[in-house]
Design a protein around this ligand. Structure first.
Ligand code: AVI
Length: 341
């Protein structure tokens, strides 16, 4: 890392290097891509919180509704799950916990059923974990919180496993949907490697269009009338300008969303409104030039939507067996409990 980057970059060196190499690799690829983890700087995380409350973005409130309606059964099933080893209480770990707003429903129910619970939220964001811990400790007596700052997608998942407990791992919020199928399998396999037979996984997945959900509902969830999702998508260019000194003219790109039925995914893109060249300084070397044709896009995110069969196949690819699935009445979203085999 050069003194140029250290002098101008307030973030950690490794974060800056990861952003630089992601930008260089993704923007020289054909078609151009940027990885969705780049969305989540401070402004992007704040915009995402706003997205979860938008009228069009049904995912968060639908999953919360499923937890509210079925928490008793979810916790009972997870606690009753049997493996080859005798175990005591249930402990909860959560991948990508963020501020853990929905998890409180399950934690409260677990405390009601077994008196107390250990909760291990895992996330890349130390501030989000601090907020989650504070909220839970203040509002739910009986929970002992052991936060762990880890990027489980890149650094694996070194879980601090408690002896003689049964683990319920939460991977909710449709986060698994932001991975390509082979990446999703590897995230779940990494998780599975930390679990024992009989431990369980609770997976939240958004569903493909159906009777009560047409393509337009799905598209609206990613292209809301207030423009919050557009701002979330465009913020990635603002981030590259700020952190790498790039000269993206942010207003010359347009938020674009499409549904690919063939790939079963929503795609988010940023479309260049005219032919242009963007430069990213390269630490004393000649700047990295990126040429855009009019209408050319940067593919910034995939959000996969599932059938029940696709969820079962994904779980099986990581050695999990379906225990039970819960849905909302309109079949917009699924919460699936699976057992490690
Ligand atoms: C975090 N993830 C599950 C969101 C999703 O729905 O794929 C990210 C998002 N992108 C646009 N809106 C929300």
């Amino acid at each position: 890392m050069s003194s140029f980057a250290i002098a101008t970059e307030p973030l950690s060196i490794s974060t800056n290097e990861a952003v630089a190499s992601e930008a260089r690799l993704g923007l020289s690829a054909k078609p151009k891509t940027l990885s969705p983890w780049l969305f989540y700087d401070e402004a992007g995380s704040h915009l995402f919180e706003q997205i979860t409350e938008l009228p069009e973005y049904y995912l968060t409130r639908t999953e919360r509704g499923i937890f509210t309606d079925h928490a008793e059964e979810i916790i009972r099933e997870a606690a009753a799950s049997r493996g080859p080893h005798p175990v005591g209480k249930l402990t909860l770990i959560e991948l990508g916990a963020g501020t853990a707003t929905k998890t409180g429903i399950l934690l409260r129910e677990a405390v009601r059923q077994q008196g107390s619970i250990v909760y291990q939220p895992v996330d890349v964001s130390e501030t989000a974990l601090a907020e989650a811990s504070e909220n839970i400790l203040r509002n739910i007596p009986g929970v002992s919180v052991r936060p762990q700052v880890t990027d489980y997608t890149r650094e694996g998942l070194p879980l601090d496993r408690l002896p003689n407990t049964r683990t319920l791992a939460l991977y909710i919020g449709s986060s698994i949907g932001n991975f390509k199928p082979e990446e999703a399998t590897s995230v779940l396999r990494n998780l599975r490697a930390q679990l024992l037979p009989g431990d369980t996984l609770l997976l939240g997945t958004d569903l493909v269009p159906g009777k009560h959900k047409d393509e337009s509902n799905l598209l609206a969830a990613y292209n809301d009338a207030a423009g919050v999702t557009a701002a979330f998508n465009l913020n990635v260019l603002t981030r590259l300008n700020r952190e790498l000194g790039a000269d993206f003219e942010v207003n010359s790109f347009r938020h674009k969303v499409l549904w690919s039925a063939a790939a079963s995914r929503i795609e988010m893109h940023l479309e260049s409104q005219y032919a242009q060249r963007v430069q990213i300084p390269a630490n004393g070397l000649p700047a990295f030039n990126i040429d855009f044709a009019k209408g050319e896009t940067i593919h910034t995110e995939n959000s996969y939507k599932f059938t029940t069969g696709a969820v079962i196949r994904l779980l099986a690819s990581a050695d999990f067996l379906l225990t039970k699935a819960w849905y909302d009445s309109r079949r917009l979203f699924a919460v699936t409990l699976a057992t490690a085999i």
